[in-house]
Design a protein around this ligand. Structure first.
Ligand code: OTD
Ligand code: ZN
Ligand code: ZN
Length: 345
């Protein structure tokens, strides 16, 4: 039995840091475990300009604790009015690492998102020509489509056509939640990859209704049936280079989650590696964790692998009921549970 696992330093390829006081509180959790993270741009207002993005990056850098080596990789928020040349300029200047497509009203902070992908095709063509990755929240927003079907319908209505029409575009299908999505990624060419969150590997939709309504198990895309969770575990641990770590850690104050209309989002940053490694251990795939956490992401993005290593050991990590993020109380993923691995740094 492997009791200790040392791997190249990992990265988080999908993360929400927010801004202002909460950002200062949550950045250290991620910087403690990851060398880099793709920072999502769904602030209010969203991060659309090169200058606005560079300023946000400066605020994040200032929140990284002294002596900690952490690099935020920034993203542009696509709107119907996006200019391909502006994206390409930000990419060339090293400010934008990628651009994020939120179908309008699909998730938290997506009100300014894209209403019809046809409207941004010129910008996507520009991105393809300069090698800038497109990150997609893959759900239709049509309220007539059942919420548990929105990802599968997005593949059918939007993603299949996009990949066919623009095969040169690098696409990350973010936070996949279904067997349908994994099957789509598996059969697509090398320009299509996917991130998988810890929660979608650990919980199915029952978790939202265990003995009552459980707001801390609610995120978007919503957790699906068990068959989908099992397909995601298989994909993540398969050894395919198309899958990589992206937590989608999305902090909301405890009071905003425990409400008559609770916010979507799971805050998993504090124990992200312990959570993921537990899954790889349960699946007998510890030898595949390093590729998922530290190699597949940078290779897809065309970025160097990190130097240095981190170590995880078998042992007990007790996840607290709440954590303090610079004055905001947040309930973390796995609150009150004991995980069977300890992060040693
Ligand atoms: N999902 N919450 C948020 C974003 C993600 O779709 C996502 O990427 C958020 O709060 O920003 C969530 O449930
Ligand atoms: Zn999303
Ligand atoms: Zn997200």
């Amino acid at each position: 039995m492997t009791d200790s696992l040392t791997i190249r330093r990992p990265d988080d390829w999908h993360l929400h840091f927010r801004d202002d006081a909460v950002m200062k509180g949550v950045v250290p959790f991620t910087a403690r475990q990851f060398a880099r993270a793709i920072v999502m741009p769904n602030l209010s207002p969203p991060v659309t300009s090169v200058e606005g993005c560079a300023a946000y990056r400066d605020r994040i850098r200032a929140a990284v604790p002294q002596g900690v080596d952490f690099t935020p990789l920034m993203t542009a928020y696509l709107t119907d009015d996006v200019e391909g040349d502006e994206l390409a300029r930000g990419f060339a200047e090293g400010v934008f690492t990628a651009a994020k497509l939120y179908p309008a009203h699909a998730t938290t902070g997506s009100a300014h998102g894209v209403t019809d992908i046809a409207r941004i095709m010129p910008a996507l063509e520009k991105m393809a020509s300069v090698g800038m990755p497109l990150l997609i929240h893959g759900e239709v927003t049509d309220s007539h489509v059942d919420i548990f079907d929105r990802e599968a319908v997005f593949i059918e209505r939007t993603l299949t056509g996009l990949v066919r029409n623009l095969p040169e575009l690098k696409i990350v299908f973010e936070h996949i939640t279904t067997a349908d999505a994994a099957a789509f990624v598996d059969v697509s060419g090398p320009n299509v990859a996917a991130t998988i969150t810890p929660q979608h590997l650990h919980i199915n939709r029952n978790a939202m209704f265990t003995g009552g309504i459980r707001p801390h198990a609610y995120c978007l895309p919503v957790a699906k049936r068990e068959v989908h969770r099992l397909a995601l575990r298989k994909a993540a641990t398969s050894g395919s280079t198309k899958y990589f770590l992206g937590t989608d850690s999305a902090p909301h104050a405890q009071s905003a989650k425990e409400s008559a209309c609770g916010c979507a989002g799971i805050f998993n940053a504090p124990y992200a590696l312990e959570s993921y490694v537990t899954v790889f251990d349960e699946e007998g795939a510890l030898d595949r964790f390093e590729a998922f956490a530290s190699e597949n992401g940078p290779r897809f993005y065309g970025l160097p692998l990190n130097e240095g290593t981190i170590t995880l050991e078998r042992g007990e990590t007790t996840v607290p009921d709440t954590v303090d993020a610079n004055g905001t109380t947040i309930v973390p993923f796995h609150a009150g549970e004991i995980l069977g691995w300890v992060y040693r740094g």
